[in-house]
Design a binder for this molecule. Structure first.
Ligand SMILES: C[S@@+](CC[C@H](N)C(=O)[O-])C[C@H]1O[C@@H](n2cnc3c(N)ncnc32)[C@H](O)[C@@H]1O
Length: 260
């Protein structure tokens, strides 16, 4: 089934967040506080101004993508504006992540796949008290992210340049618990499950993991199926573009689909 067809089916057949009602007060609160929160946080415009500026940049860099690569960008030589357009989370999803971090206040936040640092900036600004660890395999891309963090005066970020395979174990060693993780790179089944397994070693009941692009391929759908069925995972929320999982034992084990 093509991606557009799957998306259409999701949009037509999944209950809209506005109408969604669950027996779980936790899920209802999540939907009200994150999905439907239309407040304009001042941090939004800080990041969106940078996105807007970069979305016009014709500057080219040589990208060394250690993951599955891009469907839209085949050449290693890429314009920054194309990276912004095709690789970076849109405002809608980046701001959802901001709200989750802002509300739950995880002490440690890990992002696998920094790209040029747009979503990372949202994650860092979401909670100044948190430490963000973000990992990017391509050094030219990571350089741009570093400049964006400086221009936004973001100090609660540690940018690791290198492969997830090499850097993730190093990051996990330095933190007592994996409180919030955004998996947004190398969208293939086996590596995704390997990163997930490594991170499971550091979960607590309060941990939240978010997986990007869970329906982008049958491999990622299989990975999502295994992740949401893992015995340690309780609630899984599928919003098509992303999957959000919780480990809190007081939550019923279930997969909920919400049209967001
Ligand atoms: C989709 S982009 C990340 C976008 C970013 N999270 C955002 O929304 O602003 C994925 C990034 O992951 C990096 N990547 C993919 N596989 C990797 C790996 N195995 N090790 C390190 N980086 C990797 C790519 O270079 C790419 O920049």
């Amino acid at each position: 089934m093509s991606y557009s067809f799957k998306y259409l089916k999701y949009k037509l057949l999944t209950e809209n967040a506005f109408k969604y009602r669950s027996n779980s007060p936790f899920i209802n609160k999540l939907i009200a506080d994150f999905f439907l929160d239309k407040s304009t946080y001042p941090e939004y415009s800080l990041v969106e101004n940078i996105r807007e500026e970069l979305s016009h940049s014709k500057k080219e860099i040589i990208v060394n993508d250690l993951g599955v690569g891009s469907v839209k960008m085949k050449s290693k030589q890429r314009k920054i504006r194309d990276i912004i357009r095709y690789s970076v989370k849109s405002r809608k999803y980046a701001q959802l992540l901001f709200r989750i971090v802002h509300y739950f206040k995880p002490a440690s936040v890990i992002e696998l796949g920094t790209s040029v640092g747009i979503t990372a900036s949202y994650l860092a600004l979401g909670n100044w008290q948190a430490q963000l660890y973000t990992i990017e395999g391509c050094s030219e891309t990571a350089n741009i992210a570093g400049k964006i963090f400086s221009s936004l005066n973001i100090v609660n970020v540690k940018l690791y340049t290198g492969s997830f395979e090499e850097q993730l174990p190093a990051v996990l060693k330095t933190i007592p618990a994996a409180d919030f993780i955004f998996f947004d790179g190398n969208h293939r089944k086996t590596p995704t499950l390997e990163y997930f397994e490594q991170c499971l070693e550091k979960i607590t009941e309060q941990s939240i993991f978010v997986f990007d692009d869970i329906h982008c391929s049958s491999e990622m759908e299989q990975a999502w199926f295994e992740i949401s069925n893992n015995a340690k995972v309780t609630l899984s929320i599928d919003i098509f573009a992303m999957g959000i999982i919780f480990f809190n034992r007081s939550l019923k084990k279930q997969v909920v689909r919400v049209n967001f």
